[in-house]
Design a protein around this ligand. Structure first.
Ligand code: RNT
Ligand code: ZN
Length: 416
């Protein structure tokens, strides 16, 4: 059944010069960086686990959350088994395993992530990394790397430095560069009397953190901007312009989180502009609902537009796609599966459009045909190709994955 409708759908696309088999081969090679923190509500495994802070929040009490590294890896494996393709896992420093020993964040070492490395290596997964500059008592007055207290600032600088070394270790051990992404919550609830000084300090902190050159074959540094957070509504030190300038001047990668801009500002529109000046770009694909709410990524217009911009500009090897959402009100494995499958689905959707032809129409000023075709392609039998891809990759077709998640919930999650 899948095969018959697939052949028919394929013909429809081939009429437009789109080679479906080639597209599916290309799709198979795209690795999405799946954030581990959806699995445990951004808790981590530190010996003295702190409450989530830094102006981000997770809501919901769905039962069965992973409480140990083993459980988190087991859950990730379940999710990965329901997602077509081979992907990457994105870790935070707070997911270190220190054997019950209290190791502060500025003393973390690569060995504290060896279980993750063994696990990833066995499964052919790449690893990405993030220093954790929240949920910690040294985040005071809402500040870390821009803190006026030199001792506190140096603590966080050291933390970021060790994290780059951990990223380098991941890259060396796994044979694929680790993207180490730096996000800090620094900002003010109310109107600042001085916007410049904290930014000067952040700039200096970054200079210290990135002083040591690390081979980009192992570790790639990214910096993630933000517009506001809970408790930093009026001012965020690491704004988009701040990091855009820093990245350009210092050869770093900008990471754009889709929830970190004004509600009507679209990340999709930024991709082509930034690719003119940057070799690489990184994304945290999320879904902001009224604010930076980190809802599960759905197959909506902006997701499709992001995928279109990456695909039509032939930037699949330049845009590093990562996910960033955390919903504790639904089954967490289902959240991963939906968000990641939707991202892949959007890329496939984007790959099944006659981009050269559509570009020509625009160049010729034929806006009628441009709009008409773009609309018609929305109802081309794209779902059939997606089903065939899932089937071919040995993962459940359509909503069948839900049965697996339900079974896992009864057999594993319910016993936690
Ligand atoms: C916060 C940023 C950041 C975090 C993760 C946990 O607004 O988006 O990426 O979500 O690092
Ligand atoms: Zn993010």
């Amino acid at each position: 059944m899948v095969k018959e409708s697939f052949d028919r759908a394929k013909q429809q696309y081939e009429k437009w010069g789109i080679h479906v088999d080639k597209v599916l081969k290309q799709l198979q090679r795209i690795a999405i960086s799946i954030h581990c923190w959806q699995g445990d509500d951004v808790s981590g495994f530190e010996v003295n686990r702190r409450e989530l802070s830094g102006g981000i929040d997770v809501t919901g009490h769905y039962p069965g959350k992973a409480g140990t590294p083993e459980e988190l890896r087991q859950d990730l494996e379940k999710a990965l088994s329901l997602i077509p393709g081979t992907h990457r896992v994105n870790l935070h420093a707070m997911y270190a395993e220190t054997n019950g020993e209290m190791v502060d964040r500025d003393e973390l070492e690569p060995q504290h992530f060896d279980n993750w490395v063994y696990w990833a290596k066995e499964r052919g997964l790449g690893l990405d990394f993030n220093p954790t500059l929240f949920s910690h008592e040294k985040l005071t007055d809402g500040l870390t790397l821009s803190h006026p207290n030199e001792e506190i600032r140096q603590f966080w600088i050291r933390h970021c430095m060790v994290c780059r070394k951990i990223g380098e270790y991941f890259g060396k051990r796994l044979g694929t560069p680790c993207l180490t992404n730096l996000w800090i919550p620094d900002g003010y609830k109310d109107i600042p009397s001085d916007r410049l000084t904290p930014r000067q300090r952040l700039k200096d902190s970054l200079d210290q953190i990135f002083k040591e050159t690390i081979d980009e074959a192992y570790n790639i540094d990214a910096i993630e901007s933000k517009l506001f957070g809970i408790g930093s509504e009026s001012y965020v030190v690491g704004s988009h312009e701040f990091y855009l300038g820093y990245a350009l001047q210092n050869h770093k990668v900008c990471l754009l989180d889709t929830g970190h801009f004004h509600p009507t500002e679209a990340v999709s529109d930024k991709i082509s502009a930034m690719l003119l000046y940057f070799d690489k770009l990184a994304l945290h694909v999320s879904r902001p609902v009224r604010w930076d709410s980190d809802h599960v990524v759905i197959f909506d217009d902006e997701l499709k537009e992001i995928a279109l911009e990456i695909v039509r500009n032939q930037a699949l090897d330049r845009v590093m796609i990562g996910l960033d959402f955390f919903d504790a009100s639904i089954n967490r494995i289902a959240a991963w599966v939906m968000g990641t499958r939707n991202m892949i689905k959007a890329l496939l959707y984007a790959m099944l459009l006659p981009h050269d032809y559509l570009k020509q129409l625009q160049e010729k000023g034929n806006f009628t045909e441009r709009l008409a075709l773009m609309e018609e392609f929305k109802t081309y039998p794209f779902g059939v190709i997606w089903d065939a891809y899932c089937d071919d990759r040995g993962v459940p077709v359509r909503e069948e994955w839900l049965q697996e998640v339900k079974r896992y919930e009864e057999e594993v999650l319910a016993n936690r």
